[in-house]
Design a protein around this ligand. Structure first.
Ligand SMILES: Nc1ncnc2c1ncn2[C@@H]1O[C@H](COP(=O)(O)OP(=O)(O)O)[C@@H](O)[C@H]1O
Ligand SMILES: [Mg+2]
Length: 434
C-alpha cells in the first residue's frame, strides 16, 4: 500500500523531501494531550510556524483547559486515552477528517499512543515496538543494556523482601535508589542510606496504580537501582528521520536528601567542551535506544567525580517540563518546541544555536507542606517570575515536583551571573505555609 500524506496526497517520502521551512497552507498537528508545562511552548511554536494545532484529550479534561490553551486550538478530538483501541480509532478518524500531517505528544505516559497513531497514519513518528521503553523504566533499562548505553545497574522488584534480596545478590549496596517503573517528576523516588527505610520507600513507589487525570494503568513494579554520585545534567535530542541532533547541555540542581527534588536548571551547563560532547553523544544514543526516530527526547544523566562516562538515569520521548524549553531558548535561541513540530511534520528541524547567553531557572519551593498563607517574590532586573499557587491553596510536602509554588527565570551574559540572579530571587522569596 502506498502511504500518502493527509495534507497533500503526495507519497510521504516525496512530500517530506519538499517540506523545508514554514508551510504556507498551515499544516495540522494533533497533540496527544497538550495540557501541562510543554503545551504552552507547543502553542507558541505552532503560532510561529503557522501550524494548526489540534488536541486529543478527554471531555472533562478539555473542560478544565485554560482559556489561552482552548483558544489556541483549531479543534479537539474527545476520546478516552486510557482505552488504546478506541483512542486510536477516534484519533485516526479525526486526523483524516482534519488533514492532520503530524502527531506530537506532551505527556510521557502517552508517548507510546502517539507512536502507534503516527504509524497508522503513515506519518513521521517513533518506533511503536520500542515506544514503551521511553515510558517504562524497566523496559528502558533493557533497551539501554541492549544498545550498550551506560546506565545504573538495576533490578525489578515487587516488594521489600525482593528488594532486600536484590541488594545482596546484585551487589547494589547503599545508597540505593528505589523508584516506580512508570512515573515522573520524582514521584515515589527515594534514595536510601540503609535497609530501615525500604518498606516506606516501596510503599511510596507503589502508591499510585493509575495515573491521573487520564486514568492510565501503571506498572506497579519498582526498580532497585545503583546510586550514581556526582553532578546531574539533562540534554534534549531532536531526532529527524533517525538522525539525532543533541541540543545544548543543561545543568540540573536537586535537593540532596532522600527525595531528589529539582531546585533549578542552568543553560549552558558550564562543562568543558569534551564533557559536553560526551553528554550530548550519550543523550543521542539513549534517544535512539528507546526507538525515537522522528521526535524529541529529554534525557537525564549523572557523571561520577573523575569519571569519563555519563550514566543515563532516564529518557522520555517528550519535550522537557519545568519551563526548560524557555531556559534553553533564552540561552541559545533554539526553540525545542519549534524543532519538535518541524520533526513530526517531516521537515528539517532548526536546531542551530543563534545566541550565546546564559539562563537559569530556580523553582520556588516550600520548606514543608500545608496551606499557603502568603508568598512574595522580589522583583529583580534581568529576571521574571511566575506563581502557580496562591494564598489558600494546598502545598504538598516537598517530596516531588508537585510542591512547586512557582519559578524565577534569569537571563544574563554569563552562567555565573544568571545563577546568581535566579538564586538571589529564590533566596529572598518569602513563602508562608501553615
Ligand atoms: N540511579 C540514580 N543515582 C543517583 N540519583 C538518582 C538515580 N535515579 C534517580 N536519581 C535522582 O532522582 C531524580 C528523579 O529520578 P528519575 O529517575 O529521573 O525519575 P523521574 O522520572 O521521576 O524524574 C533524578 O533526577 C536524580 O536526581
Ligand atoms: Mg527524571
Amino acid at each position: 500500500m502506498s502511504v500518502t500524506t493527509m495534507a497533500t496526497g503526495l507519497p510521504t517520502r516525496l512530500s517530506r523531501a519538499m517540506n523545508i521551512g514554514t508551510d504556507p497552507c498551515g499544516a495540522g498537528v494533533l497533540v496527544v494531550e497538550p495540557m501541562g508545562n510543554a503545551g504552552r511552548f507547543l502553542v507558541d511554536a505552532a503560532d510561529r510556524l503557522g501550524v494548526r494545532l489540534y488536541a486529543a484529550t478527554h471531555k472533562d479534561i478539555h473542560d478544565s483547559y485554560s482559556p489561552s490553551l482552548r483558544s489556541a486550538l483549531a479543534g479537539v478530538c474527545e476520546t478516552d486515552l486510557a482505552d488504546t483501541p478506541r483512542a486510536l480509532e477516534d484519533m485516526e478518524d479525526f486526523c483524516r477528517r482534519h488533514s492532520v500531517a503530524g502527531v506530537a505528544a506532551c505527556w510521557e505516559l502517552l508517548t507510546p499512543l502517539a507512536a502507534l497513531l503516527a504509524r497508522r497514519l503513515g506519518l513521521p513518528g517513533n518506533d511503536p515496538a520500542l515506544a514503551h521503553a521511553a515510558r517504562n523504566k524497566i523496559l528502558m533499562g533493557e533497551a539501554f543494556a541492549a544498545a550498550g548505553v551506560p546506565a545504573p545497574r538495576w533490578t525489578a522488584v515487587r516488594d521489600s523482601a525482593q528488594a532486600r534480596g536484590a541488594v545482596a545478590e546484585r551487589g547494589l549496596g547503599w545508597p540505593l535508589v528505589v523508584k516506580p517503573a512508570e512515573q515522573g517528576g520524582s514521584w515515589g523516588v527515594s534514595v536510601l542510606d540503609g535497609p530501615d527505610q525500604l518498606d516506606a520507600a516501596m510503599a511510596a513507589a507503589q502508591r499510585h496504580t493509575y495515573a491521573q487525570p487520564h486514568g492510565l494503568r501503571l506498572d506497579t513494579r519498582v526498580l532497585a537501582q545503583e546510586y550514581i554520585p556526582g553532578e546531574e545534567f539533562s540534554c534534549d535530542t531532536i531526532v529527524a528521520d533517525e538522525v539525532a541532533y543533541p541540543l545544548p547541555v543543561v545543568r540540573k540542581d536537586t535537593t540532596s536528601g532522600a527525595h531528589r527534588i529539582e531546585t533549578g536548571h542552568t543553560c549552558p551547563a558550564g562543562l568543558a567542551p569534551s564533557t559536553a560532547r560526551l553528554v550530548r553523544h550519550t543523550a543521542a544514543r539513549a534517544a535512539l535506544a528507546v526507538g525515537i526516530r522522528n521526535g524529541i527526547a529529554h534525557t537525564e544523566v549523572k557523571i561520577p567525580p573523575g569519571a569519563e562516562v555519563a550514566f543515563v538515569l532516564e529518557t522520555g520521548a517528550r519535550l522537557p517540563g519545568g519551563n526548560l524549553c524557555e531556559v534553553v531558548e533564552t540561552a541559545t535561541g533554539v526553540s525545542e518546541a519549534v524543532a519538535y513540530l518541524q520533526t513530526v511534520l517531516g521537515r528539517v528541524p532548526d536546531t542551530a544555536p543563534t545566541r550565546t547567553d546564559a539562563a537559569a531557572i530556580r523553582f520556588l519551593l516550600p520548606r514543608s507542606g500545608g496551606r499557603l498563607r502568603r508568598v512574595s517574590v522580589p522583583e529583580v532586573s534581568g529576571t521574571h517570575s511566575e506563581l502557580h499557587l496562591g494564598a489558600g491553596d494546598t502545598v504538598p510536602e516537598p517530596e516531588d515536583s508537585s510542591c512547586r509554588i512557582g519559578q524565577v527565570v534569569a537571563r544574563a551574559g554569563t552562567v555565573a551571573e544568571a545563577r546568581r540572579l535566579a538564586e538571589d530571587v529564590a533566596a529572598r522569596t518569602r513563602v508562608e505555609v501553615s
